[in-house]
Design a protein around this ligand. Structure first.
Ligand code: AMP
Ligand code: MG
Length: 351
């Protein structure tokens, strides 16, 4: 199949044509990738099992890994869930539209194909104007996982979607204004106490202010170095991973830099190509390899924003090994480390 790629330009008339073409494709059961504020999503009609099966095929996604349903209006909650509880309404009121996904008990109209057979459904109302226009224009609920091949880093640019899915999907709406750069926070609201199943830009502290007591799924505490099975099925897979072998080096800044420089020197002597993920603060202190800055330590949201892009850049450079500095385990740093530790397959050196 030929994948068409059309760019949002800010010209109303042209953009309207793009939305109506994309809506047409979705209504006929096709696949359209589009930007959201978190990462690019790969959309299909959520209530059409045949359409959503195409998502799994295009991504090579395991069928037990459920999809998030994207909506444009809070009233959709009542169409999709049998139990729109007090917590759900509070969360919607405070964090929607935005990078927050809630898990609720599902209604029968939500096909088992998109919930991995679970009796629950994941729902999010994105804030990105392109995503919102598309949902509204199509009049559908749109199932949309990240628009990457399974196990690759999530896409934050249209060219990342092209790289992974060209020829496998009908259309890409290009609008490279993805802002947050990592996937939404997922909170399970089906029990008495809300549980965070995936950390993200919306932190435990932020949710706590609205909901009181909030727990974090044991399996993701400290990046999943436990034997507990994650409650979000997708969190058990090694993903977000670049092709190269990634190692995180943690400790005092000077020691980390010295260690990375020394391993890099040794590997380069042996003929390997090395990528180094630094920060604005440390960038100039690395002496070997392909050095990239992922963001500034003074604002870790900038690290989240560029994380996947830098990992993909190392893939393009075809480096053999990547060494990355570690980040804080607080606030958005926790979400960054959750992805980074998975991408590294838990390989961490402490200096
Ligand atoms: P992605 O859309 O690629 O960011 O992946 C969606 C994530 O949401 C995966 O980690 C899924 O396991 C998780 N998810 C979706 N639906 C549910 C659900 N009903 N219960 C728990 N986790 C879910
Ligand atoms: Mg994904």
């Amino acid at each position: 199949m030929e994948t068409i790629i059309l760019e949002i330009s800010g010209n109303n008339k042209k953009d309207e044509e793009i939305y109506s073409k994309a809506a047409e494709i979705l209504k006929k059961g096709g696949l359209v990738a589009f930007p959201t504020e978190t990462v690019y999503g790969l959309g299909a009609n959520a209530l059409d099992p045949k359409a959503s099966r195409k998502i799994y095929a295009a991504k090579g996604r395991p069928s037990d890994n459920p999809l998030i349903v994207h909506i444009a209006d809070v009233s959709a909650l009542y169409d999709l869930s049998v139990d729109v509880n007090e917590m759900a309404l509070k969360v919607a009121d405070e964090f929607w539209p935005g990078p927050l996904t809630m898990i609720l008990k599902k209604k029968n109209i939500v096909p088992n194909e998109i919930t991995g057979g679970l009796g629950t459904v994941a729902i999010r109302m994105p804030s990105h104007p392109t995503a919102r226009h598309l949902i509204e224009r199509s009049g559908l609920y749109i199932a949309a996982p990240s628009a990457n091949t399974s196990q690759h880093p999530s896409p934050t640019k249209a060219k990342h979607v092209m790289k992974d899915l060209n020829g496998k999907i009908d259309m890409i709406i290009k609008d490279d204004t993805v802002d947050i750069g990592i996937e939404s926070t997922i909170v399970d609201l089906t029990g008495d106490i809300p549980i965070i199943l995936r950390p993200g830009y919306i932190t435990k502290e932020m949710l706590g202010k609205v909901l009181g007591k909030v727990e974090v799924d044991m399996a993701i505490v400290e990046g999943g170095v436990t034997s507990a099975v994650p409650k979000a099925p997708g969190m058990k897979y090694k993903h977000y991973a670049p092709q190269a072998d990634l190692t995180i080096v943690e400790g005092k800044e000077t020691d980390v830099i010295a260690k990375i420089n020394s391993i890099a020197r040794e590997k380069i002597t042996k003929g390997f190509k090395i990528g180094i993920m630094s920060t604005d603060e440390s960038f100039h202190r690395y002496t070997q390899g392909d050095v990239r800055s992922v963001g500034t330590r003074s604002d870790e949201a900038t690290v989240a924003k560029h994380l996947y892009e830098v990992l993909r850049e190392f893939d393009e450079l075809e480096v053999d090994y990547i060494y990355s500095e570690g980040f804080s385990r607080d606030n958005v740093g926790q979400a960054v480390m959750n992805r980074l530790i998975k991408a590294a397959g838990h390989t961490i050196i402490n200096v």
